[in-house]
Design a protein around this ligand. Structure first.
Ligand SMILES: Nc1ncnc2c1ncn2[C@@H]1O[C@H](COP(=O)(O)OP(=O)(O)OP(=O)(O)O)[C@@H](O)[C@H]1O
Length: 207
């Protein structure tokens, strides 16, 4: 179990308007250890906007997000959560190994060593490869490896299946299920349905 898995993520009365268009209002949720919150909706419905509010990167028009009974953003939140967005959070001028060493230096250690994580995501042999020489799916796999070598109870994932092949999607799903089985939590957007082997998945459908 994660040592800090007693925390819960809660959103209350959240609303967001962009360009005079109300994306959502009065929205609430509570995510407990072992659970997934899946944000669904068509293009432009506000999934990424809500995800950015949950990360504390954007202020809601009303409402609060709290972690451990305290409104975000706060230091503990950022040491407990890991965000993987569209840009994969990878430093383009570094190699695969340098990126992973940098992530490790900035966070608490996770379950796997760098080599174990590279094996798991099938990037062994790419240690000295510059990021610009990786395919889109390989970059996504590298961002997965980053999740595995650092300790973060809350994963926040924007479209985690983008660019992954079938084997990558299955791998991602099994890692997510494993994370939840260990008391972790996940908030994610996806245009695809997910198959997480009995994990409790709550859904918010934006329209
Ligand atoms: N930086 C921005 N400035 C102004 N409006 C924006 C900005 N980013 C997004 N929007 C608007 O907010 C709305 C919601 O966008 P958002 O990216 O949250 O949707 P989404 O559900 O994640 O879409 P997608 O499935 O296409 O990724 C859209 O109408 C979009 O035009």
């Amino acid at each position: 179990m994660h040592p800090k898995s007693c925390h819960k993520l809660e959103g209350q009365n959240l609303s967001c308007t962009r360009d005079d268009r109300e994306l959502f209002a009065g929205l609430g949720f509570a995510v407990h250890p072992g659970q997934v919150l899946l944000l669904e909706g068509n293009n432009g419905s506000g999934k990424t906007s809500l995800l950015r509010i949950i990360c504390g990167f954007r202020e809601p028009d009303t409402g609060t997000v709290s972690w451990g009974e305290e409104a975000i953003p706060h230091y503990q939140y950022y040491s407990d959560m890991a965000y993987v967005g569209h840009l994969d959070g990878i430093k383009k001028e570094l190699t695969v190994l340098e990126n992973l060493k940098l992530s490790q230096a900035l966070s608490q250690s996770g379950r796997l060593t760098i080599q174990q994580a590279l094996d798991k995501v099938r990037l062994s042999g790419y240690e000295d490869t510059l990021i610009q020489a990786l395919s889109a799916g390989q970059k996504r796999r590298l961002s997965l490896a980053r999740l595995l070598i650092t300790h973060n109870v809350l994963w926040i994932l924007d479209e985690p299946f983008t660019s992954l092949d079938k084997q990558g999607i299955t791998l991602m799903e099994s890692l997510m299920a494993e994370h939840c089985a260990n008391g972790g939590m996940i908030v994610m957007t996806s245009h695809h349905d997910i198959d997480l082997n009995g994990v409790d998945v709550q859904r918010i459908r934006l329209s």
